[in-house]
Design a protein around this ligand. Structure first.
Ligand SMILES: [Fe+2]
Length: 378
């Protein structure tokens, strides 16, 4: 690798707080280029299998605040038999009893609208579903976006790089190379960083897609946790206390982190107030809507009270391996999760220097809402 500019991507942008450290090229005298391209930083000669999906960071690219829009959840009226999704010859296998499934024999990009509706419902029910042998990565980027756009308005991430001309694509890219392995361990014991994506938005994402280009042969899995089950495990007394509470979700720290690391801020950061218990529009299930990436405080509580409850909830979610699932990436895999009722973490556990490169399509959903507590039937 050229000694002139070295980009290290730790804790890839899939995680809540992308850490991008840039060693400035002495020739540019510490001045940031207006447009940084990952491919240039590899000397223009990349080993990436999908170089047109490598990130470009354009410091001049700015977007206005997001405006409210009406979201239609396609899972709501979907046929629960999944007959247009799980076609003849397909297989579905559950990764764990409560969370996660793996499907073969379905080509997502070829689904009818009825099949897409059923996809939204299946993912809402299973929380995360891995589809193998997909062609999404091989389609023209616009076609991949057209597919994903069925599920909601595309989110443009405020601090990530994107393929040039496609700001709606969110990229996760951890480049190979021995010197780039896990400098995160200098300050942390673990790379696990549970979060739901961009919940600081007023209308955070719902049905969300992540597809792989390059992955380590072993390692770099993504873990998911089921927030409906996390809610269900609480005592009835505690559930009732949480109902009616709202929490502040903030994008300011992510933006500040990006600014400090020389990254981009494409849209000014925002905060949103969301209910702590959220109802899913398609399943009617209630889930804890709280995550370590962005939830900062509970409205109306004093700091110690808020911290105590949030710490309890996040610890509860983080240790819930009996309602979590872990997806192993293989070429052609598309993982679809429902960001309303899950959090996830990349697992940065490989030390081989292999590249991990993925793209996310991130349709936004409804503004989170809650429905009243219902006691279990006797
Ligand atoms: Fe994420």
């Amino acid at each position: 690798m050229s000694a002139s500019i070295v980009t290290t991507e730790v804790q890839a942008a899939e995680t809540a707080q992308p850490i991008v450290s840039v060693k400035a090229d002495p020739e540019v005298n510490g001045t940031k280029p207006k447009v940084r391209r990952a491919i240039d930083e590899e000397g223009g000669n990349t080993t990436a299998k999908y170089p047109h999906y490598l990130p470009v960071w354009n410091h001049g690219e700015k977007y206005p605040p997001l405006r409210p829009f009406e979201h239609v959840d396609h899972g709501k009226d979907a046929d629960p038999s999944f007959k247009d999704l799980l076609l003849a010859g397909s297989t579905i296998e559950h990764l764990t009893p409560l969370t996660g499934s793996e499907v073969t024999g379905v080509q997502l990009s070829k689904l009818s609208n009825a099949g897409k509706d059923q996809l939204a419902l299946l993912v809402a029910q299973r929380k995360v579903v891995a589809f193998r042998n997909q062609d999404l990565a091989d389609l023209p980027i616009q076609e991949a976006l057209d597919f994903g756009g069925y599920f909601g308005r595309h989110h443009i991430h405020p601090t990530s790089g994107a393929p040039e001309g496609y700001p709606e694509i969110h990229l996760v890219h951890k480049k190979g190379g021995g010197e780039n392995i896990n400098p995160v361990f200098a300050n942390r014991n673990s790379t696990v960083s549970w979060h739901s994506d961009v919940t600081y938005e007023n209308q955070p994402p719902g049905t969300t897609f992540l597809y792989i280009f390059d992955a380590p042969e072993v390692g770099g899995d993504t873990a998911f946790v089921n927030h409906v089950e996390a809610y269900n495990r609480l005592s009835e007394e505690f559930k009732q206390r949480l109902h009616g509470l709202k929490a502040i979700h903030s994008g300011y720290e992510q933006a500040e982190n990006s600014r400090k690391q020389g990254g981009v801020i494409r849209r000014e950061p925002v905060t949103s107030e969301h209910p702590l218990v959220r109802t899913h529009p398609a399943t009617g299930e209630k889930g804890l809507f709280v995550n370590g990436g962005f939830t900062r405080s509970i409205v109306g509580l004093k700091k110690e009270e808020s911290d105590a409850i949030l710490n309890f909830l996040l610890t509860h979610i983080g240790r819930g391996i009996d309602y979590q699932a872990r997806v192993r990436w293989r070429p052609g895999t598309v993982v679809v999760w429902d960001n309303r009722v899950t959090s996830h973490s990349a697992i940065v556990d490989w030390t081989t220097g292999e590249r991990r490169h993925l793209a996310r399509i991130t349709p936004q959903a409804e503004r989170p809402y809650e429905t009243p507590y219902v006691a279990p039937s006797a």
